[in-house]
Design a protein around this ligand. Structure first.
Ligand SMILES: Nc1ncnc2c1ncn2[C@@H]1O[C@H](COP(=O)(O)OP(=O)(O)O)[C@@H](O)[C@H]1O
Ligand SMILES: Nc1ccn([C@@H]2O[C@H](COP(=O)(O)OP(=O)(O)O)[C@@H](O)[C@H]2O)c(=O)n1
Ligand SMILES: [Mg+2]
Length: 261
């Protein structure tokens, strides 16, 4: 559905990220990886680049129970992004008893990370079949291996990386009260998940901090308080101002343009 075209120009600075090198078109039926295949175009040949911009991608990071899913719901209401929860996609495989279902269940019970290829392929399927141009990818990348696999298979970089920073004590309290019948919401698995978060997710957080893409949110407080920190991050992006689902209660509600498509 997207097409990546690189303009071959000596004027292009190295600091121009893939966003400024990326010009995408819709094209249903194309595989994401293929559709991102880089073409080198010589501007002197007079090929004019397509006008559509790359899809807007946000990664949502944070420990278990830090409030990622809850805040994603608020972001969807206000800015109309499409929410893809990596955990929900994996749990769907378990529910549908697919060929990877049993393996995924065993890993989730142990708080371990599912092989990146499996998770990225599930995300890829959702991206390809969606008509949306703006995505919240929640609970991903959980590891450097996840991050690298996304870059390799999807060939896209996030525009924004949110990190919900929450003390362990608070995360434990929230998870043990979550009450969604999840096999991993128990103290034994939670302890393992916290260790895995520190060991494997921290390097990803550091990576995006060094790239200048990380927005750290203090995840303690009411859901509203926390969303007040999230709002200005998204409202600064022009492409999010055309919103499909305007929440009338949102402080931005009146300034957003409703789009019924
Ligand atoms: N700011 C908050 N204060 C208290 N509880 C919260 C807050 N945000 C979310 N919760 C609750 O904590 C639990 C975990 O939140 P969730 O959004 O599922 O976190 P995550 O997706 O990061 O694991 C849920 O029961 C949710 O209702
Ligand atoms: N990128 C991911 C995301 C989740 N998972 C697995 O799914 C579990 C639940 O993830 P989740 O994102 O739904 O969990 P929360 O942080 O929302 O509590 C994780 O503990 C992992 O076992 C994974 O392996 N890889
Ligand atoms: Mg969640």
């Amino acid at each position: 559905m997207w097409r990546r075209v690189a303009l071959f120009s000596p004027m292009m600075k190295k600091s121009s990220s893939s966003r400024s090198l990326t010009l995408n078109q819709k094209g249903f039926g194309l595989k994401v990886g293929e559709s991102f295949a880089t073409e080198i175009i010589n501007p002197e040949e007079g090929v004019s680049p397509p006008k559509e911009k790359a899809p807007f991608i946000t990664f949502v990071l944070g420990g278990p129970g830090s409030g990622k899913g809850t805040q994603c719901e608020r972001i969807v209401e206000t800015f109309g992004l499409t929410h893809l929860s990596a955990g929900d996609l994996l749990r769907r495989e378990i529910a549908f008893n697919t060929k990877n279902g049993a393996m995924i269940l065993n890993l989730i019970k142990e708080g371990k990370i599912v092989p990146s290829e499996v998770t990225v392929k599930l995300i890829q399927k959702e991206l390809e079949s969606s008509d949306s141009r703006k995505f919240l990818i929640d609970g991903f990348p959980r590891t450097e291996e996840n991050r690298v696999a996304f870059e390799r298979i999807i060939r896209a970089d996030p525009d924004v990386v949110l990190f919900f920073d929450c003390p362990e004590e608070e995360m434990v309290k929230r998870v043990l009260n979550r009450n969604q019948g999840r096999v991993d919401d128990n103290i034994t698995t939670m302890k393992k998940r916290l260790k895995i978060f520190e060991a494997l997710n921290r390097p990803v957080i550091d990576y995006y901090e060094n790239k200048g893409k990380l927005y750290t949110i203090n995840a303690v407080g009411t859901v509203d308080d926390i969303f007040q920190q999230v709002l200005p991050i998204f409202s600064s992006f022009e492409q999010l101002k055309e919103c499909r689902h305007v929440n009338p209660k949102s402080p931005l509600g009146s300034s957003l343009v409703e789009n019924s498509s």
